[in-house]
Design a protein around this ligand. Structure first.
Ligand SMILES: N[C@@H](CCC[C@H](N)C(=O)O)C(=O)O
Length: 283
């Protein structure tokens, strides 16, 4: 399935036996490989949960496990609803980053066309991203901070949406040097768990251009948590406002994100698409 071209191989753990825990990271890398596997940005498990209606586990294409995935949440929602693992159009999903609430929107045939997810409250303190800082800085936000990495000064805003994001404002995405700056920031010592790296350009009060270097997967067509982090960063830097529905233009298509002033939650709405189903045989 994919959300705006951010594609994962989804395994139905309600129905099928799963490989051993220690096998999962390698399996993710294997299936993600476009030459020797299937080709994807990683592997997602759809599982029963003891604390929510469904549980999602996300593995990046390098085998690392992530705490959250916005595009994955929409696809898991579509799958769980269409396979009747949930009874209602509103239900909860457990992730390593916490429990989120999801709502599916149906087309005339009763298929899920779009999904809205309450992505929760963004965490901004350095210690919650997590991002290193001297002295008391761990308790502070990193909004428009300048940090020196490999002798070069970079200015960005750090946001956790359950997973870490460093958001850079650029005049034009074409000038962003994603392939060099992305991996450098992803693996900088400043981020003890690594980070996803977003490059954004504000077009007007309700539209943002967006590109991403994902931790553990590299350049992808879209990142749902990254789009949420981008809107939070845009609001915090005075480029857009809370409560405004922002259209984020990602390489794979658009997401609608709004950050509510009522409860501080970030909401994401977008599509989820099933490409094909199949059986993966291991040699
Ligand atoms: N594509 C995702 C995020 C996947 C995990 C990320 N690469 C990480 O390591 O945190 C999304 O849509 O949010």
């Amino acid at each position: 399935m994919h959300g705006l071209g951010n594609s994962y191989i989804y395994v139905d753990g309600f129905r099928d036996p799963l490989p051993n825990e220690e096998r999962l990271p390698n399996l993710a890398s294997e299936v993600a490989n476009p030459y020797t596997g299937i080709g994807s940005d990683g592997l997602i498990l759809i599982l029963p949960s003891n604390v929510a209606d469904v549980r999602m586990r996300v593995f990046n294409s390098d085998g690392s496990e992530a705490k959250n995935c916005g595009n994955g949440l929409r696809c898991v929602s579509k799958y769980a609803y269409e396979h009747q693992y949930v009874e209602h159009e509103n239900f909860s999903i457990e992730t390593l980053g916490g429990i989120v609430e999801s709502q599916v929107h149906l087309d005339e045939e009763g298929k899920v066309s779009e999904v809205t997810v309450d992505m929760g409250v963004p965490r901004l303190k350095r210690k919650d991203v997590p991002m290193r800082g001297k002295g008391g800085a761990l308790e502070e936000n990193a909004i428009g901070v300048t940090e020196t990495i490999n002798g070069i000064d970079y200015t960005f805003t750090a946001v956790s949406m359950g997973n870490p994001h460093a958001v850079f404002f650029v005049d034009k995405l074409a000038d962003a040097m994603i392939e060099t700056v992305g991996p450098l920031i992803e693996k900088a010592d400043l981020f003890p768990d690594g980070t996803n790296v977003e490059f954004i350009s504000t077009l007007n009060a309700s539209e943002i251009d967006f590109a991403v270097w994902e931790r553990g997967s590299g350049i992808t067509q879209a990142c749902g948590t990254g789009a949420c982090a981008a809107v939070v960063a845009a609001v915090l830097n005075g480029e857009t406002k809370k409560d405004e529905a922002i259209t984020v233009h990602l390489p794979g298509g658009d997401l609608t994100i709004h950050w509510s002033s009522k409860d501080d939650h970030v909401w994401m709405k977008g599509t989820a698409v099933t490409v094909c189903t199949g059986i993966y045989f291991q040699a």
